[in-house]
Design a protein around this ligand. Structure first.
Ligand SMILES: O=C(O)CCC(=O)C(=O)O
Ligand SMILES: [Fe+2]
Length: 329
């Protein structure tokens, strides 16, 4: 039973509307070091907004595959990842910022089956969600920077993270059928390439994070709560003081039958950014873990590596840019 996980992991729940006191800040710091995952509430994104995205996305995922493939890997847009690429159960649609409405419209236009009302609603709702989750990413990044040291947020937020950009992946996981296994990987083990990722998962569950010792822990869905995780770019920028953990999605046949829905927002450094941990983030006594690298070179490395393809791990930022003496995983 390789998919079995330990008891659900208790991750700190951060109220993003409140100023963090020192104990909240220290539990956030501990979670980012140890797991690279935590949860947030009071994020200002209503259940109603998720419900609308869910229903509009469902109309897209219910289309015949010939239609969806108009946005697939061999199309000019490449916003749709069909089933059987990441896994037999996973398909997704990408909507990119900062003009989320235009990106969503490009996709619906390319489908060419004009349902104007639905298409406009989809663009509007993606713009609203994208704008909110982008603001949220900025707030969260500042909080994470605060855990690295006094005043590091004001020192580095503007200078290092000002050009960050984001994109969304709307994920649809179909359930393994009775002729198939009881449980299956919906999305294989991977690390995210972002600075931070913000995930909404529906009530079905299945998201798991891997401990340093290799144990899989479940992150149970909680109403009103979003999951945040640190990605590879921030792990490298923080010289490993923040952890980009391996995670995956496991689908259980008995866990409700229908498909699982999630929305992942990836907040990333700009492509041409050179990632290099500042001296005061590395600290006087610690060794530098990574050589400087250009973001887009890392993205290309991941895309072009068979094992790293479509976020299936194997290769992470350590394989790409760790200095030789530190290249031990
Ligand atoms: O579906 C989920 O809960 C997580 C998805 C994920 O890890 C990703 O899209 O990178
Ligand atoms: Fe992920």
């Amino acid at each position: 039973m390789i998919y079995e996980s330990e008891d659900p992991l208790e991750l700190p729940v951060l109220d993003v509307c409140e100023a963090l006191d020192s104990s909240a800040l220290s539990s956030l710091g501990a979670a980012c070091r140890e797991w690279g995952f935590f949860q947030i509430i009071n994020h200002g994104i209503s259940k109603d907004l998720f419900t609308k995205i869910y229903s509009l996305s469902n109309s897209f995922f219910s289309l015949p595959s010939e239609s969806k493939l108009k946005l697939g890997p061999s199309s000019p847009l490449k916003t749709y990842t069909p089933l059987f690429i990441a896994s037999p159960f996973f398909e997704s649609l990408r909507v990119s910022g900062p003009d989320f409405a235009a990106s969503a419209k490009n996709s619906t236009d390319a489908l060419g089956h004009h349902d104007n009302d639905n298409d406009n609603d989809f663009s509007e709702i993606m713009q609203e969600y994208g704008t909110r989750v982008t603001e949220l990413s900025k707030t969260i990044l500042r909080l994470i920077l605060m855990t690295l040291g006094k005043e590091l947020d004001s020192k580095y937020y503007e200078s290092e993270f000002q050009q960050c950009h984001g994109y969304m992946r709307i994920n649809n996981y179909s359930s393994p059928r009775s002729s198939e296994e009881e449980e299956a990987e919906g999305l294989g083990m991977h690390t995210d390439m972002s600075c931070v990722t913000i995930v909404y998962q529906d009530e079905i569950g299945g998201l798991q994070v891997r401990s340093r010792e290799g144990r899989w822990m479940s992150i149970a869905p909680r109403e009103g709560t979003l999951v945040v995780n640190v990605g590879d770019m921030l792990q490298a920028w923080s010289n490993d003081r923040l952890r980009s953990s391996e995670h995956r999605v496991v689908l259980g046949r008995r866990k409700g039958g229908g498909s699982r829905f999630s929305l992942a927002y990836f907040w990333c450094f700009e492509d041409h950014k050179v990632v290099l941990a500042p001296d005061d983030v590395v600290g006087e006594h610690d060794a530098r873990m990574y050589k400087p690298f250009v973001c887009s070179d890392y993205l290309t490395f991941r895309e072009n590596t068979e094992r790293g393809k479509f976020d299936k791990v194997g290769f992470t930022v350590k394989d790409f840019a760790a200095l030789p003496q530190n290249n031990i995983t």
